[in-house]
Design a protein around this ligand. Structure first.
Ligand code: AMP
Ligand code: MG
Length: 488
C-alpha cells in the first residue's frame, strides 16, 4: 500500500516505544466504501490539521483506516479493568491508535480510530461500530467540550459501506477520537496484574511525564501522581454532577488518568431531577446512577491506588496507608468543587456555611416537584419563574426569599450575578429526544442536517439566544425512563 506523507500531521509514537506487553501492532481492517459524514472543523483548526486533506478521497480513506500515514506505528493498546465490580482483561477490541499528533501549541494528542476492526483484544466481538453510537459519541463529547468539561473529542465520522450485525443489520462507521491520551485506570491494573515491577514503573514514569510533568523530579512522585489523578477526577466528577451528566458505565477501563471524560456509550443527561436516575439498560442495579457517580469514582480510584502501592513506599504497610489516605481525600476535593460550582449556578460569589443547606433545599424541592434540572437553573438565570410548576408553590416562594436575601449579602451587582449564572447554567443540553431525532434522521434517511443544527446549538450552550429556544424544551412526557445501550 502506498503510504500517505505528513498531510498536516506531526506524528510521534511514544506509546509504542514502551515495552511490548502494553500494545500489539495492528493494521486497521479495510472497509469497502468509506463516506465522510461528520467533520469537526474547529477541532481541525486547533490541532493544526489540514481540512482539505481530510475532505479529500485520500483523507476519507485515511479516516476509515484504508490508508495509513508513513510515519505511523499503529497499535491496539492493552488494558484491563473492573467492569461492574469484576476484574477482566480488556484492551482495544475495536480501536487502534494511529499515533500521537503534536499540535501547534505543542500539545500531544492521541489519534484513535474507533470501529476499525478486530484486534487480539476483541474477545468475541467483531471490532466494528455502528453509525448511531459513533454519531452519539460525536454529539455528546462535543457538547461536553462546549460546557467546559474535560473530554476526549471527536474529529470525524465516516460510514464504511458495511452492514454490521447487532439486533438487526446496522450501518458500520468509524469515529476518529482525539484524546490527551487513552491511558486509563485499567491500563495500570493491567500493568500491576500482568507486568513486572519494571514495566509498572515504566508505565508510571511515562504517564507522569506525559500528564503531570511538573512532579517528575519530586522524590515522592508516585504518591503525588496518585494525588494529582484523584484531584483531576474529583474536579471532573463535580462537573458531571453540576451539568446533570450521567456517564452510565464508569468501569475502571473507562476512567482516564488525564481526567478527561471517555467512552460515550450509554451516557445521557438527566432531565427531571432525580438522584436515582439511570439510563443504561445494562445497569440493572443502578450502580452508576447519578447520585452514585462520586462514590463509584472513589471506588475506581482505590483500584488505581492499589496498582501504585509497590512504587509509593518500600514499606508496603506505609504505602497502603498513604494510598488509602489519598483516596479518602477524594470526597473533600469533590465536595469543595461541587459546592463552588453550585454557588456559581445560583449567582453566589462569597461563601457562607448555610449555602450548602440552601442548595440542598432547592434540589430536594426539585426532586419533590419533578422539576427539570437544566431548565430550573436556566429559568432562575433568566428570572423567568413562571414556566415550571414548582415555581408557583409556597415552598418555592419561601426558598426564593432566602435566596434573594442571600444575594444581597455580597457586594456584587445584580448584573454580575446574572452574568455568573448565565456562564454557569447551560441553556442547551443534548436532550435525549433531540439526540435520538438527529441519529434517526442520519442513520435512517441519510439526513445530517438535523444533527448539524443540533451541534450548532450545542456549540454555544451559554448563549441564551432566541433561536436556541426549541432545544430547551422538554419531551412530553419527560423521558427519564429513556433507555440507552452500550454502543457495541
Ligand atoms: P466499552 O463498553 O466500549 O468500554 O468496551 C469494553 C471492552 O469491550 C473494550 O475492551 C472494548 O474494546 C471491547 N469491545 C466493545 N465493543 C467491541 C466490539 N464490537 N468488538 C470487539 N471488542 C469490543
Ligand atoms: Mg471502554
Amino acid at each position: 500500500m502506498k503510504e500517505l506523507r505528513d498531510k498536516g500531521f506531526k506524528l510521534d509514537n511514544s506509546y509504542s516505544k514502551l515495552s511490548d506487553i502494553f500494545f500489539t501492532v495492528q493494521t486497521p481492517s479495510k472497509v469497502p466504501s468509506p463516506k465522510l459524514v461528520a467533520l469537526n472543523y474547529s477541532l481541525i483548526n486547533s490541532l493544526g490539521l489540514d481540512s482539505k486533506f481530510l475532505q479529500s478521497n485520500e483523507g476519507v480513506e485515511f479516516l476509515a483506516g484504508n490508508k495509513i500515514l508513513d510515519k505511523s506505528t499503529i497499535i491496539a493498546q492493552a488494558y484491563a479493568g473492573h467492569q461492574f465490580g469484576h476484574f477482566t482483561m480488556l484492551g482495544d477490541g475495536r480501536a487502534v491508535l494511529i499515533g500521537e499528533h503534536i499540535s501547534p501549541k505543542g500539545e500531544r494528542v492521541d489519534i484513535q480510530l474507533k470501529g476499525s476492526g478486530r484486534t487480539p483484544y476483541s474477545r468475541g466481538g467483531d471490532g466494528k461500530a455502528a453509525l448511531g453510537p459513533m454519531l452519539r459519541e460525536y454529539i455528546i463529547s462535543e457538547a461536553m467540550n462546549s460546557f467546559g468539561i474535560p473530554t476526549t473529542r471527536s474529529l470525524a465520522v465516516v460510514t464504511t459501506g458495511e452492514s454490521i450485525i447487532r439486533e438487526s443489520y446496522l450501518k458500520g462507521a468509524v469515529l476518529t477520537r482525539i484524546a490527551s491520551s487513552h491511558i486509563r485506570v485499567g491500563t495500570f491494573e493491567f500493568a500491576a496484574r500482568f507486568g513486572n515491577i519494571h514495566e509498572l514503573k515504566e508505565l508510571t514514569d511515562y504517564t507522569i511525564n506525559r500528564h503531570y510533568p511538573n512532579i517528575i523530579n519530586e522524590e515522592n512522585r508516585y504518591l503525588l501522581f496518585l494525588q494529582n489523578v484523584i484531584k483531576k477526577q474529583a474536579e471532573l466528577i463535580a462537573k458531571w454532577q453540576l451539568a446533570g451528566f450521567i456517564h452510565g458505565v464508569m468501569n475502571t477501563d473507562n476512567m482516564t488518568i488525564s481526567g478527561e471524560t471517555i467512552d460515550y456509550g450509554p451516557c445521557a443527561f438527566m432531565d427531571v431531577y432525580d438522584p436515582k436516575t439511570v439510563f443504561s439498560s445494562i445497569d440493572v442495579q443502578g450502580r452508576y446512577s447519578y447520585e452514585n457517580q462520586p462514590k463509584l469514582a472513589a471506588w475506581n480510584l482505590a483500584r488505581f491506588a492499589e496498582t501504585l502501592v509497590p512504587l509509593i513506599h518500600e514499606n508496603q504497610d506505609e504505602a497502603i496507608e498513604m494510598a488509602q489516605n489519598s483516596v479518602l481525600e477524594f470526597e473533600n476535593i469533590y465536595k469543595k468543587n461541587w459546592l463552588s460550582g453550585m454557588r456559581s449556578k445560583l449567582g453566589i460569589f462569597n461563601e457562607e456555611t448555610e449555602d450548602e443547606r440552601l442548595i440542598e433545599n432547592l434540589l430536594n424541592m426539585m426532586h419533590k416537584y419533578g422539576a427539570d434540572y437544566t431548565n430550573t437553573f436556566s429559568s432562575l438565570t433568566l428570572d423567568k419563574k413562571d414556566d415550571i410548576a414548582m415555581f408557583s408553590t409556597s415552598e418555592f416562594s419561601k426558598w426564593n426569599k432566602l435566596w434573594e436575601d442571600r444575594l444581597t449579602r455580597q457586594p456584587e451587582t445584580k448584573e454580575s450575578v446574572k452574568q455568573l449564572m448565565q456562564n454557569s447554567n447551560p441553556y442547551i443540553i443534548p436532550r435525549n429526544h433531540r439526540v435520538e431525532e438527529a441519529l434517526t434522521a442520519a442513520s435512517k434517511n441519510d439526513d445530517y442536517g438535523v444533527m448539524d443544527r443540533l451541534l450548532d446549538a450545542l456549540s454555544k450552550p451559554f448563549a441564551y439566544s432566541k433561536e436556541q429556544y426549541e432545544y430547551s424544551t422538554l419531551p412530553e412526557p419527560s423521558n427519564n425512563k429513556y433507555r440507552t445501550f452500550c454502543g457495541t
